[in-house]
Ligand binder design. Structure first.
Ligand code: DQA
Length: 145
């Protein structure tokens, strides 16, 4: 039976492709969803793909994943650097968690160098562009296979 993974995206990622393309590239979030679906199919994984600009909604999705998902891939966007609440929610999740950043956050402003989510994440992708999502899904396939 195939397993389900949740792929969660934080604030402003709905504007991917339009937002600072010199940093985040020209692919849209719909392109990322399609990329993830293609990779997930190779590993017999089902995907729930979601984006929210609201911290509480992301927390609710993590709580939902507790019941429905075997793993979580998350790009918490700016909440990466601020949200103890998202870290606490992820700490209630029992399966693997992979953190994704499109940009290489460690090459950018100092405030992007710290991630609360990294205190829970089993792996972190940063600087691979949107391909980081594909690599994270492939790693989920490996971990859950
Ligand atoms: C990001 C990096 C964050 O610092 C930033 O706030 C984002 C996107 C990334 O994917 O590179 O919104 O998570």
């Amino acid at each position: 039976m195939s397993k389900t993974i949740y792929i969660l995206n934080g604030p402003n990622l709905n504007l991917l492709g339009k937002r600072e393309p010199e940093i985040y590239g020209s692919d849209t979030l719909e392109d990322v969803e399609a990329l993830c679906a293609t990779e997930a199919a190779l590993h017999d994984l089902d995907v729930v793909f979601a984006q929210s600009n609201h911290e509480g909604e992301i927390i609710d999705l993590i709580h939902e994943a507790r019941e429905k998902a075997a793993g979580i891939v998350i790009n918490p966007a700016a909440y990466t650097h601020t949200s103890v609440a998202i870290l606490d929610a992820l700490n209630t999740f029992e399966g693997p968690v992979i953190e994704v950043h499109i940009s290489q956050v460690h090459k950018r402003e100092a405030f992007r160098h710290h991630s609360y989510v990294s205190m829970r994440a089993d792996a972190v992708m940063a600087g691979f562009g949107v391909n980081g999502y594909r690599l994270a899904v492939a790693q989920m396939g490996h971990l859950l296979g």
